[in-house]
Design a protein around this ligand. Sequence first.
Ligand code: SAM
Length: 218
Amino acid sequence: MSVNPKYFLEQRIILVDSLRRKGIKDERVLTAIEKVPREIFVPADQKDRAYIDNALPIECGQSISQPYTVAYMTELLDTFDGCKVLEIGTGSGYQCAILSVLGCEVFSIERIEFLHNKVKKIFANLNIKARLFLGDGSKGLPEFAPFDRIIVTAAAPDIPSSLINQLKIGGKLVIPVGSRNEQIMTLVIRSSTNKYEIIRKDSFRFVPLIGEEGWSNE
Ligand code: SAM
């Protein structure tokens, strides 16, 4: 399929308008979504669906999150320029690209080697700077901690204690927590060494976080 790049830009503008109508208010987040070409991050046979506000299947039985979900989580994460962010679940690389465009220093970890390698190539082509890791992100990345922000883009049964411990004081963690079928988007704010505020938001559905502090791989 050969599509005029102007077509995709127009689609992005329409998508951003629809996200604004759905309640996304942070103009920095909306601008980042307008800048990142989502069609590059979806499989070839899904490109014509890249700007429908839906999650889409990617390789290895995983998914690229719905643009609304990406915008919602990014708004909740409340990043700032130079913010040091850990993302668990690189997947397609789309969320990671949005954080990078927002000026964050991003560390992103994925457990599936095929997806990790694919994103490395996409980022090299688009000149996106992020540090990509292969492994079980449910334990975080202790060697690079502490982080200003942590975002988990897979469904966790509980809030992994390793992740809380890798947050700076004042840091924020955004994570969908619940059953395998439905999760509550949860914001954790580390107010002091041993104090956390936990705020539960709306319900979502993610693929499972598989790992030592996630679900077992059945
Ligand atoms: N952020 C992604 C994007 O923008 O496309 C969404 C990814 S998808 C909803 C969740 C990803 O988390 C999958 O690629 C899955 O393999 C990965 N994942 C699940 N458990 C993981 C773990 N313990 N460590 C790292 N990645 C994990």
